[in-house]
Design a protein. Structure first.
Length: 276
């Protein structure tokens, strides 16, 4: 425990020295600006399947665990934009949305490079191409997850009707949704740590920071919800922009936790290197 506390302290000092707080602010704003193009891209892909229910399920998967004020504000605005978006996936608007969505990836890359103490050596075109692949794979992943969430209750109901002895296990269907959300988050974080910063890192070297980030997100989300309910009054300060400001603060905390996880991994790697 003492060693872990020392590592956390070293990671905190390095996070401050690297300007992690300022970088997290930049990443948070970029993620918010990239969220709308990303959801529009997902919507364009969903239209290929022709199932409108997938759109709502994707929105729920992405935004369900956000603070209620920000989730509703963003969902309402995205649905307005979706209603005005052309139906064609291979269109100029979709291409522009893809380019804009990669901006959030690039800001996250810069922060992770600083945290891992590496300099970026890959060419600009490669980074942008990688960012586009990230966005497209993420879009397909969310659509697949949404399809599973929609199909699972239907399949389970069919099985229970045919095999009544399965009914006591129905609670597991509800668990699937949360397990899937955690799985998508874990996979996303591993991809961020493994591929965005320059250099190569294994699962073993990235897992501690990822676990720390996920724990922080789970605990932080609960604390932030309590803060919004009992202390904060964003409506009085920002009026109609309250939902957007809550989203920015939430994304700031999320970005800071991701960068701090990378700082923690870097501190652990330095300790292992010094001890070998």
């Amino acid at each position: 425990m003492v060693q872990i506390a020392k590592t956390l302290w070293r990671a905190t000092i390095k996070f401050v020295d690297d300007g992690g707080s300022a970088i997290a602010s930049n990443v948070a704003l970029s993620l918010l600006l990239s969220l709308f193009p990303f959801l529009l891209l997902v919507t364009s892909l969903v239209r290929i399947w022709g199932n409108p229910a997938l759109v709502d399920e994707v929105f729920n998967l992405v935004l369900e665990h956000w603070p209620a004020d920000s989730e509703k504000a963003i969902t309402d605005q995205v649905k307005i934009m979706v209603a005005q978006t052309p139906n064609e996936f291979f269109s100029a608007s979709t291409f522009i949305a893809l380019i804009l969505a990669t901006n959030g990836i690039e800001n996250a890359r810069d922060g992770l490079n600083r945290a891992y103490r590496v300099a970026e050596t890959r060419p600009f075109w490669w980074r942008r191409l990688q960012g586009a692949v990230f966005v497209i794979i993420g879009a397909f992943g969310l659509i697949l997850a949404a399809f599973i969430l929609i199909a699972t209750p239907l399949v389970w109901s069919f099985l229970v009707n045919k095999l009544a002895w399965l009914e006591p296990f129905s609670f597991t269907v509800g668990v699937v949704k949360y397990a899937l959300a955690v799985g998508v988050l874990t996979l996303s974080l591993f991809s961020f740590h493994r591929f965005l910063p320059d250099g190569k890192r294994s699962i073993r070297t990235t897992f501690p920071g990822i676990a720390l980030t996920i724990s922080g997100i789970i605990a932080g989300s609960q604390l932030f919800a309590i803060y919004l309910q009992t202390i904060a009054n964003y409506t009085a300060l920002y009026a109609g922009l309250a939902g957007t400001m809550v989203a920015i603060v939430y994304l700031y905390g999320l970005s800071a936790l991701i960068l701090f996880g990378a700082e923690f991994n870097a501190a652990l790697a330095e300790e292992r290197g010094a001890g070998s």
